[in-house]
Design a protein around this ligand. Structure first.
Ligand SMILES: [Zn+2]
Ligand SMILES: [Zn+2]
Length: 248
């Protein structure tokens, strides 16, 4: 039976692909077929701008000049962040920006898998080296969760957890205060605005945690969550996001 299944399944899949060609979840174009089918079409993949060197090794912020080596940015030098590094699929612009907005605001929850699997594949080695014990999505306040009905960061974390073989802790960290959308605030106000907004429900016991979010803008949320996790007993925190806002 397993032999029959292993012979039949690829043929069935090929027939299904012929009848219903798989489409790019972002633009609807046909996806190239084959065993290593990419999750997005070549045009959409090319529209995602990766964060390239030179950038800040702590917060991943790229520098405008194309030459030079990686070095700490001014905010990280002035106030070293509590997290070890940030891994992002790309810059929050163009294709990735509209994809993240659709995932976050338009209920396009089917976009979690293609975007998060690209993110997972790109950082497999870095994550293995970090040896995480837990993935922890940035929580939404319960009022916002009720309005949106899903937490996009948890959807992303579940895909990453399956790919990396790391458990996802979805109820350890809670948001106790609903804060105004961060985008509308200035950097220094963002950090103050978040103080006391997150709480850890139970202590951690030296776990190495990867915090998962959809977008990183100033890093205020990542800083505050990391601080709460380290105070609560985590031994190290790293951050992974789909998109990083480029330098203003
Ligand atoms: Zn496409
Ligand atoms: Zn930095």
């Amino acid at each position: 039976m397993p032999l029959l299944r292993s012979r039949l399944l690829p043929q069935l899949q090929a027939l299904l692909d012929l009848l219903l060609p798989p489409a790019c979840p972002l633009c609807g174009a046909n996806l190239p077929q084959g065993p290593d089918q990419p999750p997005l079409c070549p045009a959409c993949l090319a529209g995602i701008r990766p964060l390239e060197s030179p950038c800040c090794p702590r917060c991943a912020l790229p520098y405008p000049a194309e030459e030079g080596t990686d070095h700490l940015c001014e905010p990280c030098l002035r106030r070293p962040p509590p997290f070890a590094w940030v891994a992002a699929l790309g810059l929050y612009m163009g294709t990735l920006q509209s994809a993240v907005q659709r995932l976050k605001f338009s209920g396009a929850i089917g976009l979690d898998r293609p975007l998060a699997s690209l993110l997972a594949d790109r950082f497999t080695d870095q994550v293995r080296e970090f040896e995480p014990d837990l993935l922890l999505p940035v929580p939404l306040h319960r009022d916002r969760l009720r309005r949106r009905s899903y937490n996009q960061s948890l959807l992303i974390a579940r895909v990453l957890g399956r790919r990396w073989g790391v458990p996802v802790a979805c109820r350890s960290l809670v948001r106790t205060r609903d804060t105004p959308p961060q985008q509308a605030l200035k950097a220094d106000i963002r950090q103050r605005n978040l103080q006391g907004a997150f709480r850890l429900l139970g202590p951690l016991a030296g776990e190495r945690v990867i915090l998962v979010d959809d977008v990183m803008t100033t890093g205020a949320t990542a800083r505050e969550c990391s601080r709460v996790l380290l105070t609560g007993g985590a031994s190290a925190v790293a951050v992974t996001v789909l998109a990083r806002t480029p330098r203003p």
